[in-house]
Design a binder for this molecule. Structure first.
Ligand code: GLU
Length: 496
């Protein structure tokens, strides 16, 4: 057992707020969160905003919102007030803000100074131009480019020169570590050259800041995307130089588009919150993200977050890339919508209704949802499917006629239907009673002959649920109004 495994598990998500919250970051968050929950450990959120020019407050906000939406709460952090950090005071669990690198400059400064004092790092005076020229030369010689070490052994700074960067004295060593997913990994340290670790004492670069953060935050396991694999040997060298313990590493497989290339916007939407906007359930997104690289033991594919907490294991995470299949996500979303109680689906439609929620009759909405729920792919397509319940769409009178039934006959059938509906007490609008009262007419005129014009009359559409289901929801007055509209429409096409 390595020392890291004996300590209470502490993992982190360390996103940079330099773009929309990527689905890959959300997957990393989920795997870390599950690992923490399974081991009774802590999940820490750290915003990596050392790159001041590219870090944007809105993107940080998106990270917090995205995690809150998925239900992946983090366990600790500085206690912020709403005013000090522009966070709504009640939105995030315990009012913990995330840790932010921008607030930890003193810590990086301390360790940078320590490396300089111990001769493990040095100021570099080489200009960008000089470095570029050196690089070109090495490439022309067919050598892998790395820093030539010009400033490594300077006894005195060049007169009048200002340091450009702080460099790490990379030892010439082989770096080996065990990845929990990939097994033993070896890097040749000779290829690295002396690396820049900071622009100056107050501006560390990513790889250095991460090492200080991980030790300060007592991180035991670093679970992150495979794209960070090349950073790991560098970080291990810094840990060794500073005398820090090495955390365990697990690098998650890349997420690929359908053609197995690295996923870009061309393959699928990559911004997590875009899926919320489109009407995906967080439950479905969680389920889908879990299967991006992890395989359960059995055939079951539908998992709740609770079930995942029981089932998930890093041991079943694959090495090869995981394909992001949007159709599968849509299928999964439909499956999760079906599992929700009708009332709950109705409540979640709140943000997807064209008008203010209060303007909808709750009971009516719930009835419509009960009929349409199992057809929904996303909450966002509810109105596409069911909008006609709330407002009869425009339709062409020609749609009312069934096969070769002419307009006169169609009108006659609709008038008979109207009379049947008129004769029925409002309490009798259940589907069975409706089927009973329409039985004779259907016998006389055929199913299509009656139900087709009736469907178009009540829905304005060629495809809809069973017209009798629709009528039982619209009830007497609205159904009559719609059938009469249809009669008028067809009348206007009859040339006398
Ligand atoms: N800040 C890095 C990113 O956004 C993650 C760093 C890490 O996980 O070590 O990709």
């Amino acid at each position: 057992m390595t020392p890291a495994e004996e300590k209470p598990v502490r993992v982190r998500l360390a996103p940079s707020p330099t773009g929309h919250l990527h689905v890959g970051t959300a997957r990393t968050a989920l795997f870390n969160w599950l690992f923490a929950r399974q081991h009774g450990g802590s999940f820490i959120l750290r915003i990596e905003d050392t790159d001041k020019e590219r870090s944007v407050q809105e993107y940080e906000r998106e990270i917090l919102d995205g995690l809150a939406w998925l239900g992946l709460s983090w366990d600790e952090g500085p206690v912020y007030t709403a005013t000090s950090h522009k966070l709504p005071a009640t939105s995030y669990k315990g009012n913990y803000g995330p840790y932010r690198q921008s607030e930890r400059t003193a810590r990086y400064r301390h360790y940078l100074q320590a490396l300089l004092d111990e001769g493990k790092a040095y100021y570099c005076y080489c200009t960008k131009e000089a470095l570029e020229a050196e690089r070109e030369l090495m490439l022309a010689d067919g050598r892998p480019p790395k820093y030539g070490g010009h400033c490594r052994n300077l006894s005195l700074p060049p007169s009048g020169a200002i340091p450009e960067t702080i460099r790490f004295k990379t030892p010439e060593a082989e770096i080996e570590f065990k990845d929990m997913i990939r097994g033993k990994i070896t890097f040749d340290g000779n290829l690295l050259g002396d690396m820049v670790i900071a622009k100056n004492l107050d501006t560390p670069l990513y790889n250095f800041a991460v090492v200080v953060d991980d030790v300060d935050m007592r991180i035991t396991h670093v679970i992150r995307g495979e794209d960070h694999l090349p950073n790991t040997p560098k970080q291990i060298l810094f840990q060794r130089a500073l005398g820090f313990a090495e955390p365990a590493y697990a690098h998650l497989p890349l997420i690929l588009g359908k053609n197995r290339e690295k996923m870009s916007k061309r393959h699928a939407e990559t911004s997590l919150l875009e899926y919320r906007t489109r009407g995906y359930l967080p439950e479905a997104v969680i389920n889908f993200l879990a299967l991006l690289g992890w395989h359960p033991q059995g055939d079951e594919e539908i998992f709740s977050l609770d079930a995942l907490t029981k089932e998930f294991s890093l041991k079943r995470v694959q090495k090869g890339g995981a394909v992001f299949d949007e159709e599968k996500l849509e299928w999964m979303n439909a499956a999760h919508i079906k599992r929700l109680p009708v009332e709950e689906v109705a409540a979640r439609l709140k943000d997807f209704l064209p008008h203010a929620e209060a303007s909808y009759d709750r009971q009516f909405l719930v009835k419509v949802v009960a009929l349409e729920r199992d057809r929904l792919k996303t909450l966002g397509n509810f109105f596409e499917l069911a909008g006609f319940f709330f407002e009869l769409p425009e339709y062409d009178s020609g749609l009312l006629t069934w096969q070769d039934t002419g307009p006169l006959k169609t009108k006659e059938i609709l008038e008979k239907a109207a009379r049947i509906i008129e004769s029925l007490p409002p309490s009798e609008f259940g589907k069975e009673s409706l089927a009973r009262v329409f039985e004779d007419l259907v016998q006389e005129e055929g199913r299509g002959g009656v139900l087709w014009p009736l469907r178009v009359a009540v829905s304005g559409r060629a495809a809809s649920p069973d017209p009798l289901d629709i009528i039982s929801i619209l009830e007497k007055d609205e159904t009559l109004r719609r059938v009469r509209t249809a009669i008028q429409k067809i009348e206007s096409t009859i040339v006398l």
